[in-house]
Write a protein that binds this ligand. Structure first.
Ligand SMILES: O=C(O)c1cc(C(=O)O)c2c(n1)C(=O)C(=O)c1cc(C(=O)O)[nH]c1-2
Length: 260
């Protein structure tokens, strides 16, 4: 691994917006979860049904907390134009009515995998690391500058590619998933590029000083670490077999009639 991948070199002089964007994209290339072994195993068909269920169960907590994170961020935006822009994210996840939106579509994924909704929604069986990582993200957005909070969403610049690879790999390799089960991801392929483009425009416009640019780069590194850590936890518990006490046992909380 080259030093540019392992260390974030300090920003000493202000960069142009183009140079800043290049640095952000380099960070994504080196640190985004498209490189994680669990993601590679998921898309490569190397996981069993229990491991795929564990992924969907844990990722539900991320989905459920994203609108809370975005509501926190929105409350800090004093410009109505930006609030209007940001609120589409809430609608994307919560829908306009019960039964709509991204959280509901994620539950269709966990339904399709045979997981009981009450168990999924309660989040009681998720890994402690999943909880800590997702909370770290929501706290970061609450506590850091607005610029850093917005920059931390920039992982979405890289999500359409990993989603495309994940969906096609899962459809190819697992007979227990279908296009319908993976329907969550379809709208993300248009929502994510729109959201990321707006967040990037904000960052390019507002990160002008060297210290601001440094903070933006570090915010993206932080968010890559959040996503990476969530997959590390799944790898440790469900691939290497070190399941922490209280985490889903791979057997309970299944819908009646689901394949064990
Ligand atoms: O499937 C993925 O790999 C992936 C990654 C990310 C991301 O990069 O944070 C998000 C999503 N999906 C996603 O579905 C989503 O709604 C989302 C919101 C955000 C955010 O930080 O506000 N990231 C992501």
């Amino acid at each position: 691994m080259s030093s540019s991948e392992t260390h974030l070199s300090d920003v000493t002089e202000p960069m142009s917006p183009e140079a800043l964007e290049t640095r952000l994209r380099e960070i994504g290339e080196a640190r985004y979860h498209h490189r994680h072994p669990f993601q590679l195993a998921l898309q490569g068909g190397e996981l069993d049904r229990c491991q795929v269920r564990a992924w969907a169960l844990n990722r539900y907590y991320y989905q459920a907390m994203i609108p809370i994170k975005d509501a926190t961020l929105m409350a800090r935006l004093d410009d109505p134009d930006w609030r209007r822009e940001w609120r589409t994210r809430l609608v994307d996840h919560d829908g306009e009515a019960p039964g709509e939106g991204g959280i509901e579509r994620w539950l269709k994924l966990t339904d399709g995998l045979g997981l009981d909704r009450e168990m999924v929604r309660s989040t009681r069986a998720i890994l402690p690391t999943t909880r800590f990582a997702v909370e770290a993200y929501t706290h970061f957005v609450r506590d850091r500058t607005l610029l850093e909070a917005i920059a931390s969403s920039l992982t979405e610049l890289f999500s359409p590619k990993v989603i495309g690879t994940r969906v096609s790999g899962m459809l190819e390799h697992y007979d227990f998933v279908s296009e319908e089960t993976l329907d969550y991801f379809r709208p993300r392929l248009t929502q994510a590029p729109h959201d990321a483009e707006r967040a990037l425009a904000y960052v390019r416009e507002h990160a002008l000083r060297a210290d601001q640019q440094q903070a933006v780069l570090e915010a993206l590194v932080f968010k890559c670490d959040v996503l990476w850590t969530m997959l590390d936890a799944l790898q440790h518990a469900y691939v290497e077999g070190h399941r922490p006490p209280g985490a889903w046992d791979g057997e309970s909380g299944l819908i009646a009639g689901a394949t064990p």
